[in-house]
Every structure is written in structure tokens, then in C-alpha cells.
Design a protein around this ligand. Structure first.
Ligand code: SF4
Ligand code: SF4
Length: 376
């Protein structure tokens, strides 16, 4: 087997199936990442969504016996909407982060990786391959950096010279010893724009993130959002792009290579009030195709209430009052109470006072009291 020819053939083929960048690295353990992850765990900076076994995350041999190489792939996604939403006076909208604009990238990347697997197996039938996207044990970013896809920015994103950090990445472990590519030199230099732009100070220092302070993580949790972050979330109902939009390497980067990654503006930037009343079925029908729906409707509804509070949207008072009166979930009720307090006014005040007499859940009562405090 001419391995250099095979690698060249794979690169050529990847371009025909809509892979925008491809890189190769060894299956050696990710030793630097391992110490970084242990440090993150010790500091309590992890989100809890990641694979807890650091060894599995950093040692490819534990995931595929006789792993010899890893292929990293990247697909560029749009940073601007081609079609704008029609803004009508008084209608308030939330925003999903760009990584959740089109069809869920897990499906898109899996499709490309599967095609690539089929191609490789047609050339090397006895090869063993294992592909992963995001939810796999390996760190997509660490693989991409070592495979020369991009460098790891101080905002913790992989930054490619061609597409900025607006790329989805996935990888495939193989038992074929492909010659590795060279990593790209880090190009952040003395820039600190992402750190300065982060609304919550989640970027502790260049390249280190405290997930528990990061809006992207917070919008995906299911609990009440801690007080100190609620005002900072703004109208983000899923994810946060501030440390990416601030990056000079993303300036002017907006690629529309893949039709399935094009956003539907009514979904990517949806009206806030209708979200509050969606049934599970309606939520699935409307938002089920985007990556941001993976935690279900409750977190998105909670975030929509925070966004309505951010806009001080008085037309939402009736909707929020109804949630406070009729919901069972204390997170929804508590957030509605807090939002009513933020919006303020006589009607909201009366609704909170009434709820205070009726409510028995201490968590909700606390939020009602916070709401009433805003009005005093
Ligand atoms: S995603 Fe938002 S909150 Fe998280 S680090 Fe970036 S700017 Fe900060
Ligand atoms: S904003 Fe500056 S420091 Fe942050 S990732 Fe971009 S280049 Fe690096």
C-alpha cells in the first residue's frame, strides 16, 4: 500500500463530498491536554457535559485497538444570515448561536465521516475506523489542532486561517499509519479581544475557560440561572458567540458552502413569546432539527423569559403571569417571577403579590421576593 498516495486520494475525495478542510495526526496520547483537563477538573471549571474519564479523552488507544492515526475534518458554517427576519415594532426575538443555525451539525459531520469511511474501506478493506463528533470521548479541538486544521485561540476555539473559527469539526481514528500533518502556529499574539468581549469573565486567561461562568454552557443547563449571569445573557436563548465575533480572525468570514447549514431565520432568531407556550411536540417540530434543541424545550423557554426581561417587554406580562400561576416546574415559575420583577409596572407587581400568597415552593418564593425587590 502506498500510504502517501492513499492520503492524497483521501484528501482529493474529501473535497468532492463537502469537507472543507482535512488534516492528519498520529494516535499518540494527548499529554498536554491531559494535564490541562486535570487542572480544569481540580479548579471546577468543567461543564459536566464532557466525558469524565480523562484517560479516555486523551488516549486514542483506549478507544480503538491498534489506533495509528486520526483524521480531522472541518466544515465551514455561515456567520451571517442571507435572509433577514422582518422586524416588526414591538416584536422581540431571541438568538441561537451560529453553531446552532442550520441542520444539527452532528448529523452533517456524521454523514461526511461515513462517506469518508466507505471510501477508505474501499481502498483498505481490513482497516478499522472509528468516527466521532462532539459527543465522542476524544477532544475534537485537540485533534484538530494537532492535525493542522487550526490553532487553539485564547477563546478556546479552533481558528483556521481560511474560515476563522466558524467551523464544525469531527474526527476519525484509523489503524492506518498516515504521515501526520504539521500543526499551525498560534497566531493570537498579544491580542486579548475575546477576553475583553466575554460578558461574564468566563475566559479565565488565554485558552482557559471556566465553563460554569460561560453563557454558552449556562443556556444549556436546566436549573435556575445564577443571579449574577441573568442580566448578562441578554437575548441569547442558546449559546453565545461574543468571543468569536470579537476575534479579528473571523472578520469578513462568512461561508455558505453547505445548503443544510443555512439558517432558517425564523428558527435561528425566533420570536420570544410564542416559545413560552410550545408543547413538546410543537417544540420538536419547530426546533428539533437544530443542535440547540438537544436539551429539550425547558432551557430554551427559561432563556426566552430572561430575554423578555432583558427587553422589559410589557406585552409579555400576561404570558409570564400565566406561567407563574399554572406551571409546575419551579425553574419555569421562578424565572417567570424574576422576569416579571425586571419588567416592572403595576400589573406585574399585582401578579407577584398574588403569587406570593399562593406559592408554597421555597425556591419560587425566593424568586418572587427578588422580583418584588426590583420594584421597590
Ligand atoms: S461563549 Fe460567551 S460567555 Fe462563553 S467564553 Fe465566549 S464570550 Fe464568554
Ligand atoms: S480575539 Fe484575539 S486572542 Fe482571542 S482568539 Fe481571536 S486572535 Fe486570539
Amino acid at each position: 500500500m502506498d500510504i502517501n498516495k492513499l492520503k492524497a486520494d483521501i484528501i482529493s475525495y474529501s473535497k468532492t463530498i463537502g469537507i472543507d478542510k482535512i488534516g492528519f495526526t498520529t494516535a499518540d496520547p494527548f499529554t498536554e491536554l491531559k494535564s490541562r483537563l486535570i487542572r480544569q477538573q481540580e479548579l471546577g471549571y468543567q461543564s459536566g457535559f464532557e466525558e469524565p474519564d480523562v484517560e479516555k479523552r486523551t488516549n486514542p488507544a483506549m478507544l480503538l485497538q491498534e489506533a495509528a492515526s486520526i483524521i480531522s475534518i472541518a466544515l465551514a458554517y455561515p456567520s451571517k444570515m442571507k435572509i433577514r427576519v422582518e422586524n416588526k415594532k414591538g416584536e422581540r426575538r431571541g438568538i441561537f448561536c451560529r453553531a446552532s443555525w442550520g441542520l444539527d451539525y452532528h448529523h452533517v459531520l456524521k454523514d461526511r465521516l461515513q462517506k469518508l469511511e466507505e471510501f477508505i474501506l474501499s481502498k483498505v478493506p481490513n482497516a478499522r475506523l472509528k468516527s466521532m463528533v462532539d459527543t465522542g470521548e476524544l477532544s475534537d479541538r485537540a485533534v484538530a489542532v494537532r492535525a493542522g486544521i487550526g490553532w487553539s485561540g485564547k477563546n478556546c476555539a479552533v481558528i483556521t486561517p481560511e474560515f476563522g473559527s466558524y467551523v464544525y469539526i469531527g474526527e476519525m481514528m484509523t489503524t492506518i499509519p498516515f504521515p501526520p500533518d504539521t500543526p499551525i502556529e498560534e497566531q493570537c499574539g498579544t491580542c486579548t479581544k475575546c477576553l475583553d468581549a466575554c460578558p461574564t469573565g468566563a475566559l479565565v486567561q488565554g485558552g482557559q475557560i471556566n465553563a460554569k461562568r460561560c453563557i454558552s454552557f449556562l443556556t444549556q443547563t436546566k436549573d435556575l440561572i445564577p443571579d449574577e449571569f441573568r442580566d448578562k445573557i441578554g437575548n441569547r436563548i442558546y449559546g453565545c458567540d461574543s468571543c468569536q465575533t470579537a476575534c479579528p480572525h473571523n472578520k469578513g468570514k462568512d461561508f455558505h458552502f453547505h445548503s443544510e447549514l443555512e439558517p432558517d431565520p425564523e428558527i435561528a432568531k425566533p420570536l420570544l413569546k410564542p416559545i413560552l407556550h410550545l408543547s413538546n411536540r410543537e417544540f420538536k417540530l419547530t426546533f428539533g432539527k437544530v443542535a440547540g434543541s438537544w436539551r429539550g424545550k425547558k432551557p430554551i423557554q427559561r432563556n426566552a423569559m430572561i430575554a423578555l426581561a432583558h427587553f422589559k417587554d410589557e406585552t409579555a406580562i400576561a404570558d409570564l403571569t400565566s406561567i407563574l400561576e399554572n406551571e409546575i416546574n419551579p425553574v419555569a415559575k421562578g424565572t417567570a417571577a424574576w422576569a416579571l420583577g425586571k419588567i416592572g409596572g403595576e400589573t406585574a407587581f399585582e401578579a407577584l403579590k398574588k403569587a406570593k400568597h399562593r406559592e408554597t415552593d421555597p425556591v419560587v418564593i425566593q424568586e418572587i421576593e427578588k422580583g418584588l425587590d426590583f420594584m421597590e
